[in-house]
Design a protein around this ligand. Structure first.
Ligand code: NAD
Length: 435
C-alpha cells in the first residue's frame, strides 16, 4: 500500500503530466517538470539535554528554479518522508508560478516530533539543519520559510546560524547592516523585529478573500445575503473569516478540531468576539457571538462534517487535506469552494463536484497569499527596506488579483475549470522561461 507521501507525489505528478500533455510540452521538458533538480538528504546529529547524541533525518528538495530561487517551508513532523517533501516542493513550483512571482519551488522537512523536544533541543536541531544544508541555502539560491510546526522563532535561530556561517565563510566578522539584511533574506517568516514582514500573519487568509472577491465580481454575485462557512479556526481560517466579515461578507459558521458553531437562522457571526470567547473559555462550542456579545445558547453546535454540508453559498475548507471526499461529496451544498487548506478535496470528489457545476478556487491560487508575502519579505530584505503594512497589503492585492485574472482568463479561453487553468498557466510560464 502507498504511503501518504507517495500518494501526494503521485497526485502532483499526474496533474503536471496531464497538463503538460494537453499543452503539447515535449517529453524532455515534462521530465524536468516531474523530477526535482536536487534532493538533499542529511543525517542531523543533535546533542540532547541528557548528553546523548540523537540523529534526525532531514530533507531539502529543490524542485525547480527556472523562475527564481527555490522557495518553500521546512516542516518538523514525525510523518515527514522524502516523497512528501518532494510532492510539496513540486506544488511550490506550481504555486509560485501561479502567483506570478520570480521564485521557484522547494521544500524541507525533518522527521521529528517537536513536542518531544525541549526548547533547547529544538534550537539545536534547527541550527544543525542549517549547518548541514548551509551550502545549498541562500537569498539567491534557496529561501526556506516556516511550515507545519516551525515558527518565526525557529526561523530566527536558522537565520542566525546562517549569518554566522556567512561571516566566517566571507571573513566578514562585522558586516554592514545592508549585508546582514541581505543574508537574512535567505529565510522568510522571521519575527518582524528581525526582518520579517508586516502583514505576513494575515497574508494567507487575506489572499483567499481577495481571490473570492475577484471570483464573485466575475460571476456578478453581490455580497448581499451571500453566506460563508469556514472549516478551521487557526491562522488561515480565522483571518479568512475576519477579513471577509470586515468586507461585508456574512460568515455564518466556523469550526475547529473539536466542534463547529452556527447562530440561529444563519445569522452573522462576530468573528473577532468568537476568537476572544474561544480563547477565554477554551472551547469554540460555547461561543455564539453576535455584535460583540456571546451567549452559550444562541445557536447550534455542529459536528465537523456537518459544517461541510451546510446550505451555504461559499464553503471554505481551511484545516486539513482530503476532508471533502467520496463519503461526503454528494452532501456538499455550496456552489463555490475556496480551497484554503492544501488538498482539502480528493480527486474523486473533485471530479464529482466539477460535474455538478461547483466552482472551486484551487489551493495553488487560493492560499498563495502566504508565499506572496514571503516574496515581499525577501524583497524588503534584499533591498534593506522596511515597508508599512498598508504597502505590503496593497502589493499582495495587486499580485493576487493579477494571478486570479490570468487564471480566470485561461479558464474561459480554454473552457476548463480554474484548477486545470491554474496548472496550465503555471506550467506555461515555467516552460516559456526554459526556452
Ligand atoms: P493552524 O494549525 O493555525 O490551524 C488549523 C486549524 O484547523 C485549527 O483551528 C484546528 O483546530 C483546525 N482543525 C484541525 N482538525 C480539524 C477538523 N477535523 N475539523 C475542523 N477543524 C480542524 O494551521 P493553518 O496555518 O491555519 O493552516 C491550515 C491549512 O492551510 C493547512 O492545510 C495548511 O497547509 C494550509 N496553508 C497554510 C498557510 C499559512 O500561511 N499558514 C499557507 C498555505 C496553506
Amino acid at each position: 500500500m502507498q504511503s501518504q507521501g507517495q500518494q501526494m507525489l503521485e497526485t502532483a505528478q499526474t496533474l503536471i503530466l496531464k497538463t503538460s500533455k494537453r499543452l503539447n510540452v515535449s517529453d524532455e521538458v515534462i521530465s524536468k517538470l516531474l523530477n526535482p533538480n536536487h534532493i538533499h538528504t542529511v543525517d542531523i546529529p543533535v546533542i540532547m539535554d541528557d548528553g546523548r547524541t540523537e540523529i534526525f533525518r532531514g530533507y531539502r528538495v529543490q524542485h525547480n528554479n527556472v523562475l527564481g530561487p527555490y522557495k518553500g517551508g521546512i516542516r518538523f513532523h514525525p510523518q515527514v518522508s522524502q516523497e512528501e517533501v518532494q510532492a510539496l516542493a513540486t506544488l511550490m513550483s506550481i504555486k509560485t508560478s501561479v502567483a506570478g512571482i520570480p521564485l521557484g519551488g522547494g521544500k524541507g522537512g525533518v522527521v521529528v516530533d517537536p513536542r518531544k523536544l525541549s526548547r533547547l533541543e529544538l534550537e539545536h536541531l534547527s541550527r544543525a539543519y542549517v549547518d548541514k544544508l548551509f551550502m545549498h541555502i541562500g537569498e539567491d539560491t534557496d529561501i526556506p520559510a516556516p511550515d507545519v510546526n516551525t515558527t518565526p522563532e525557529i526561523m530566527a535561530w536558522m537565520t542566525d546560524e546562517y549569518v554566522q556561517h556567512m561571516k566566517s565563510e566571507t571573513e566578514t566578522p562585522n558586516p554592514s547592516h545592508k549585508q546582514l539584511s541581505e543574508w537574512a533574506a535567505a529565510f522568510t517568516g522571521k519575527p518582524v523585529h528581525l526582518g520579517g514582514s508586516l502583514g505576513r500573519t494575515e497574508a494567507t487568509g487575506r489572499g483567499g478573500v481577495i481571490a473570492l472577491v475577484a471570483l464573485l465580481a466575475k460571476l456578478g454575485r453581490s455580497k448581499e445575503s451571500l453566506t460563508i462557512a469556514v472549516q478551521g479556526f487557526g491562522n488561515v481560517g480565522y483571518y479568512f473569516s475576519k477579513l471577509a466579515s470586515e468586507q461585508g461578507y456574512k460568515v455564518v459558521a466556523v469550526s475547529d478540531s473539536k466542534t463547529g458553531i452556527m447562530l440561529k437562522d444563519q445569522a452573522e457571526l462576530d468573528v473577532v468576539a468568537t476568537l476572544q470567547c474561544k480563547t477565554e473559555k477554551g472551547a469554540l462550542g460555547e461561543c455564539f457571538c453576535e455584535s460583540g456579545a456571546c451567549r452559550i445558547d444562541g445557536g447550534k453546535t455542529l459536528m465537523n462534517d456537518e459544517l461541510l454540508t451546510l446550505p451555504v453559498d461559499v464553503l471554505v475548507p481551511a484545516a486539513l487535506e482530503n476532508v471533502i471526499n467520496i463519503e461526503n461529496m454528494k452532501d456538499i451544498r455550496a456552489k463555490i469552494i475556496v480551497e484554503m487548506a492544501n488538498g482539502p478535496i480528493t480527486e474523486d470528489a473533485y471530479e464529482y463536484l466539477i460535474s455538478q457545476g461547483v466552482i472551486i478556487i484551487p489551493d495553488v491560487l487560493a492560499n498563495a497569499g502566504g508565499v506572496v508575502v514571503s516574496y515581499l519579505e525577501w524583497l524588503q530584505g534584499t533591498k534593506n527596506e522596511r515597508w508599512s503594512e498598508q504597502e505590503v497589503n496593497d502589493k499582495l492585492h495587486e499580485i493576487m488579483t493579477a494571478a486570479f485574472e490570468r487564471i480566470w482568463n485561461q479558464s474561459v479561453k480554454r473552457n476548463i475549470p480554474l484548477k486545470e487553468a491554474a496548472f496550465e498557466v503555471a506550467i506555461e510560464r515555467i516552460v516559456n522561461e526554459m526556452h
